[in-house]
Design a binder for this molecule. Structure first.
Ligand SMILES: [Zn+2]
Length: 289
């Protein structure tokens, strides 16, 4: 699910052409909460997870068009070459040099058996790999990372290469912040799904300490949270409310003046649903229904 620079350029052109005012999300929220006058139509660009390609591909387009944006960071991944488990699992499922009969893959082969019928030919096609990743979401994130670590320990050649950094580093964050266009919100410390954490202190670290990490970077932070995968519990939401001014969900739609700031809706745009102006209008228009 990616947005090409051309598609992003088209989004900006079309949305501003419709009269929408590009705004910093936190400034719009601040005005909305005190009932100040707002433009009839505003647009806030947000990016989740802190992918390095936000700097490489999106930032030049945003800067050229003077578009403010918010990136929700996974604080413990910054300055590392680690990435998220779905990408790592996808890599394994689509590789052709995996000794699947080895015990360390049992958690993956049983997920394959559960969703692919008749038994799959390996390596998997993308659609089948996607179903397996969906099935693995029944496990908690730490278990999956532990299983992956055992795989790499037994088969070092399968480990993700160290030269392929996927996540933003401090220098890139500072560079984008210096433009005055970027602000950084919180997307937990490890991108664990917050409805699957058994331990309350872990929930607190993921939600509260994440912003401490981001503030310690000394760059343009904003006190807005973004729920990984859109998942949250009552206790988690209370913690978010105690520390942040607002939170983004994965729900689709518009936000109106005076809306619940902890239940912000968005449009998840990618080339598949918004490359052409017609598709973009259809995707956004559906949010009005
Ligand atoms: Zn995310």
């Amino acid at each position: 699910m990616v947005t090409s620079p051309d598609a992003l350029r088209n989004h900006i052109k079309l949305i501003t052409g419709l009269g929408a005012n590009p705004v910093h999300l936190d400034e719009w929220l601040e005005k909305s909460s005190r009932g100040a006058e707002l433009p009839p139509l505003s647009v806030a660009f947000t990016f989740d997870d802190g992918w390095q390609d936000n700097f490489e591909h999106a930032f030049p387009v945003l800067r050229a068009n003077d578009i403010p944006f918010t990136i929700f960071l996974v604080s413990k991944l910054i300055d590392t070459d680690r990435t998220f488990w779905p990408e790592q699992v996808l890599q394994l499922l689509t590789a052709d040099n995996v000794p699947w009969e080895d015990d360390c893959f049992q958690w993956l082969t049983s997920a394959m058996d559960a969703v692919i019928n008749p038994p799959a030919r390996l390596p998997l096609e993308l659609a089948d790999a996607d179903s397996v990743i969906g099935e693995l979401k029944a496990l908690d994130d730490e278990t999956i990372y532990r299983n992956l670590a055992l795989v790499y320990q037994a088969h070092p050649h399968l480990a993700p290469p160290h030269h392929s950094r996927a996540i933003l580093n401090t220098a890139e964050l500072a560079d984008m912040a210096a433009s005055g266009l970027a602000r950084y919100g919180a997307h937990t410390q490890h991108h664990y799904r917050l409805n699957r954490l058994a331990d309350e202190s872990q929930l607190e670290r993921e939600i509260l300490a994440c912003m401490d990490d981001i503030r310690s970077l000394g760059t343009a932070h904003t006190d807005i949270f973004c729920y990984p995968n859109g998942d949250i519990t009552h206790k988690g939401k209370d913690l978010v409310k105690s520390r942040y001014k607002a939170a983004c969900t994965t729900k689709t739609g518009w936000n109106r003046e005076g809306c619940d700031p902890y239940d912000l809706h968005r449009f998840n745009l990618h080339d598949g649903n918004s490359y052409s102006p017609q598709r973009l209008l259809a995707t956004i228009g559906r949010g009005l229904l």
